[in-house]
Design a binder for this molecule. Structure first.
Ligand SMILES: [Zn+2]
Length: 124
């Protein structure tokens, strides 16, 4: 029954699902006119589900999923970076601007650039 409702139509996808979640979250915002926005977002999600222009809706969903993946990978990369910063200090080679990773708390160390062989003394 539920599946038959969407024959020839786009049906629920990640973007529509995200729009419904968004409108649910926004409904908690204590602003008297928020219902207009949440109503519009929910309406948009429903219109997308019942849309017969499947190709266009799939394009939108794909665009949305790409965006989500970009945000996800950015988040995990910045998380890994901040974890690395706790253990390592990053220096930039003054000669070739290669980034060099040195473990923290070793005091004064001599660092040799892995790319151009430039030597420098730095405190970690
Ligand atoms: Zn270098």
């Amino acid at each position: 029954m539920f599946n038959r409702m969407f024959i020839g139509r786009n049906g629920p996808d990640q973007l529509s699902f995200a729009l419904i979640i968004l409108s649910l979250l926004l409904s908690f915002v204590p602003w008297p006119y928020m219902f207009i926005i949440t109503f519009a977002i929910t309406g948009l999600a429903i219109l997308r589900m019942f849309s017969r222009n499947i190709a266009q809706r799939q394009k939108e969903n794909l665009f949305f999923m790409n965006l989500v993946n970009k945000i996800k990978s950015w988040y995990y990369r910045s998380k890994a970076k901040s974890q690395q910063r706790k253990l390592y200090k990053i220096f930039k080679c003054p000669k070739c601007s290669q980034k060099l990773r040195v473990p923290r708390g070793k005091g004064k160390v001599s660092i040799k650039c892995s790319k151009c062989g430039y030597k420098m003394i730095r405190t970690t």
